[in-house]
Design a protein around this ligand. Structure first.
Ligand SMILES: [Zn+2]
Length: 354
């Protein structure tokens, strides 16, 4: 196969590069700027321009990287390598590798739904597909995002009318900007945690429309308390920082994640509301993507790999294999147990970006 798992991550011998390496390597081709895919300290990076922009605001402004234009092949060793939008977050790419008439595509994280803050997913025909499977269980089927945003805005409106600050918990890059783009700024002021400021600037520079926001701090606390909405990472819950924004009637916490589809997970952080909004493909999205690629061999990675691999093998008669994931133990349970039976056991201690 064109890519082999190694201790550093996926390695392409014919091209002399790693894909989303786990440790610093000389040459990294990176799908997107989430921490479980982009590792700091590599000699040189090849990625989409937006991915490099986000990596520079999150890792180091001096990061050595060469932007690769969408769909434009570059030669690496004996391979032709090109990037194609994955629809996951701004700049997220699938990596197409062609060598000796064999085509392999690494999806990275991806979703199929429209998202005004990410380039739309593109189907990449290939012989071998390495697909993610973060939500690779049939229980995961996403509601229409526009309905979810309506519910989020209605909840905010209701909280504001009752003197309660609204808090949306979300990962700082990707989901947070998608939430901001979907919030109705006419309801009240919007505040953001400091970790969103860098990524937000990349989105704005890329021409993505985000509402005007305040940096949530001591200066903006009085403005945001009560009628405002705050977008911040889950780690901010229970901190003195978040408490300073409490309105006269306190605050309400809403967690925005695909994990909210499983009832047991809503108890995870004692949140008041769960909103099902994911930047990953749901079960149907995974299957339809595998079919559309035309691949005969499918490697599955991240999440419920075995369940999806078995399904593709038995139902679609594809050759499948499981690709090792870096964060063993960080993924959710792989059993197909019904939601009611699930526990919080598999929820990561470290916050997985999704
Ligand atoms: Zn990701």
């Amino acid at each position: 196969m064109l890519l082999e798992p190694t201790v550093d991550g996926l390695w392409c011998e014919a091209g002399g590069f790693h894909v989303d390496p786990w440790r610093p390597v000389p040459l990294a081709v990176v799908t997107h700027a989430h921490a479980d895919h982009a590792t700091p300290g590599c000699g040189r990076y090849l990625a989409s321009e937006r991915t490099l922009d986000v990596m520079r605001v999150r890792f180091s402004k001096d990061l050595e990287g060469t932007p690769v234009d969408w769909g434009t092949p570059i030669e690496l060793g004996q391979c032709r390598v090109s990037l194609h939008p994955a629809g996951h977050v701004l700049g997220s790419a699938q990596i197409r590798i062609e060598c000796d008439a064999e085509v392999l595509c690494v999806t990275g994280d991806y979703k199929r739904e429209a998202d005004p803050t990410a380039e739309p997913f593109e189907v990449v025909p290939c012989d071998t597909l390495l697909t993610e499977s973060t939500f690779g269980l049939p229980i995961y089927r996403w509601p229409d995002p526009s309905t979810v945003f309506e519910r989020m805005n209605a909840w905010w409106r209701e909280n504001a009318a009752a003197g309660r600050t609204t808090v949306f918990l979300s990962y700082a890059f990707g989901k947070a900007q998608r939430i901001l783009a979907g919030l109705d700024a006419s309801i009240g002021p919007i505040g953001v945690h400091g970790s969103l400021v860098g990524p937000n600037s990349v989105y704005t520079r890329a021409g993505i429309r985000l509402p005007d926001v305040l940096r949530a701090d001591a200066d903006s606390a009085a403005t945001l308390a009560g009628g405002g909405a705050i977008v911040c990472p889950p780690s901010a819950t229970g901190t003195p920082w978040i408490r300073r924004f409490n309105g006269p009637e306190g605050a309400r916490m809403g967690f925005v994640s695909g994990w909210m589809q499983v009832r047991g997970r809503r108890r995870w952080r004692a949140v008041d509301r769960g909103f099902i909004l994911s930047d990953h493909a749901d079960w149907d999205g995974l299957i339809s993507t595998v079919r559309a690629s035309g691949a005969r061999r499918v490697g599955v990675t991240h999440g419920s790999s075995e369940v999806l691999a078995r399904y593709l093998q038995e139902k679609l008669e594809l050759e499948t294999f499981v690709v090792p994931t870096r964060y063993v133990g960080e993924s959710p349970p792989t059993s197909a147990a019904p939601p009611e039976a699930s526990t919080d056991e598999g929820v990561p201690d470290r916050e997985r970006e999704e």
